[in-house]
Design a protein around this ligand. Structure first.
Ligand code: ADP
Ligand code: ADP
Ligand code: MG
Length: 446
């Protein structure tokens, strides 16, 4: 096992990883930007190193500074968290070259799956159903030809896209050529890669994803599904496990397909395979995230498995301590993402000093956050400031528990979306479980 791990991230996920390391007796190194001197992850870690100015490109994405910090402190492994460098194959490769373990899959698996077009083709080869569509489109004429074949509406997707960005909806034939040109030039400036492919826009659909974990011995276990259909602008807001619509037979199929897919690519570490799920119960591969997921806690709550600890163990070469037969989804877990934004002002991001903080408690209530009283939330980073997670025997009880916990949550000094989350929980389609990814548009909550 590693003696010391550097955490190349910030916020709640850095805190989450430091906690796991502490419980495992592993020393921790935090890295931080000049805006994060007072951040919680810095005070919780055993050591900390400043890696540059506030913008992420100068600090949390500064590979040289992070690797130098690891070498200087003698860290044997780097945990990248999610976002930032977590799906950066070049960074994983640099870690290997510095003889530091990157806690994640090998660099070539990250690049295979991070290229959403190659991932699609890999899944087709592995016998996984994918959304009807096409491979990379070289020019606007081909886009038009392929679009007519696929049918409308369709999505133009950047192969390098992520975090809900790099996706464009096309409703009509006349729009295809211009949309394609705009999409690829946008992708070129956002991701440094203009390549795009197209997919049929399925609706109404649910977003249902499967959590897998694989060790270096070739064992793959699937920890069931999470439903993440409550989204705004393709970004998840509420996640739950199990999905209220997936029956045991479909779950088995999705587990089999996901395990097969992970084995086909020789996967290692934790990963998430995202599917679209239609009204008939058909599911189609959308993409694979080769990292720890923001919403991993809901899976932890229903399976009783600490994903971060197992992620560290398999990265250190230990075999999985459980098999597929041991996995049962017990009860229901729900997560609400708490974002520093103002829903009544177009979800404008907010920052400021936390003048009053009260974190809800009680049985089976969990709040993953890096906030503390008087902490200043800086303007430079992701607006997610906490994740409220509850677990109960039934979905109805979990919803009531979430409502009570949201009521209790107090964060003063900046705007946040807790009340908005309450409105979503009240929604009839959310209540009966039939909600799909267009819930926000349908309610005019965009
Ligand atoms: P999850 O499915 O775990 O919620 P997301 O796709 O929302 O994952 O991404 C997790 C985090 O990483 C978010 O903070 C998101 O903004 C960020 N992120 C993911 N991919 C990118 C990307 N290509 N560029 C910028 N940020 C990204
Ligand atoms: P990202 O890498 O940004 O997470 P995804 O490909 O996972 O991008 O898509 C993000 C979201 O967009 C999905 O969760 C889903 O709600 C929606 N989406 C993506 N592809 C389709 C599609 N073909 N049809 C309908 N909705 C889609
Ligand atoms: Mg996705």
């Amino acid at each position: 096992m590693f003696a010391k791990i550097l955490i190349a991230n910030r916020g709640e996920i850095a805190v989450r990883i430091i906690r796991a390391c502490k419980e495992m007796g592993i020393a921790t190194v935090a890295v931080f930007s000049e805006a994060d001197r007072e951040a919680l992850h810095v005070s919780l870690a055993d050591e900390s190193i400043c890696i540059g100015p506030p913008p992420v490109k100068d600090s949390y994405l500064n590979m040289t500074a992070i690797l130098s910090a690891a070498v200087a402190t003698g860290a044997q492994a780097i945990h990248p968290g999610y976002g930032l460098l977590s799906e950066n194959a070049r960074f994983a490769q640099l870690c290997e070259q510095c003889h530091i373990t990157f806690i994640g899959p090998p660099a070539q698996i990250i690049s295979k799956m991070g290229d959403k077009d190659e991932a699609r083709r890999t899944m087709v080869a592995a016998g996984v159903p994918v959304v009807p569509g096409c491979d990379l489109v070289p020019d606007a004429q081909t886009a038009l030809r392929e679009a007519k074949r696929i049918g409308f509406p369709l999505l133009i997707k950047a192969r390098a896209g992520g975090g809900g960005r790099g996706i464009r909806l096309v409703e009509r034939e006349e729009e295809v050529e211009n949309a394609f040109l705009a999409a690829s030039s946008e992708a070129a400036s956002a991701f440094g890669d203009g390549a795009c492919y197209m997919e049929k826009f399925l609706r109404p659909v649910k977003h249902i994803e499967m959590q897998v974990i694989a060790d270096q011995q070739g064992n793959v276990v699937c920890l069931g599904e999470r439903e993440c259909s409550v989204q705004r602008k393709n970004q998840k807001l509420i996640e739950e496990s199990p999905s209220p619509v997936v029956d045991e037979k479909t779950r088995r199929q999705m587990i089999d397909v996901s395990t097969k897919a992970a084995k086909a690519v020789g996967y290692q570490g934790v990963g998430t395979i995202e599917f679209l799920y239609d009204r008939e119960g058909n599911f189609y591969f959308m993409e694979m995230n080769t990292r720890l997921q923001v919403e991993h806690p809901v899976t932890e709550m229903v399976t009783g498995i600490d994903l971060v600890k197992w992620q560290i163990r398999v990265a250190a070469g230990q075999p999985l301590g459980f098999s597929q037969e041991d996995i049962r989804l017990e009860g229901c877990a729900i997560e609400c993402r708490i974002n520093a934004e103002n829903p009544s002002q177009g979800f404008r991001p907010s920052c400021g000093r936390v003048s009053l903080l009260h974190i809800p408690g009680g049985p089976w209530v969990r709040f993953d956050t890096a906030l503390y009283q008087d902490y200043f939330v800086p303007p430079y980073y992701d607006s997610m400031i906490g994740k409220l997670i509850v677990h109960a025997k039934t979905r109805e009880e979990a919803i009531r528990k979430m409502q009570a916990a949201l009521c209790e949550l107090v964060i003063e000094g900046l705007d946040h979306n807790a009340e908005f989350q309450m409105d979503v929980l009240e929604d009839e389609e959310f209540r009966n479980g039939t909600y799909t990814t267009n819930l926000m548009e349908k309610r005019g909550w965009v």
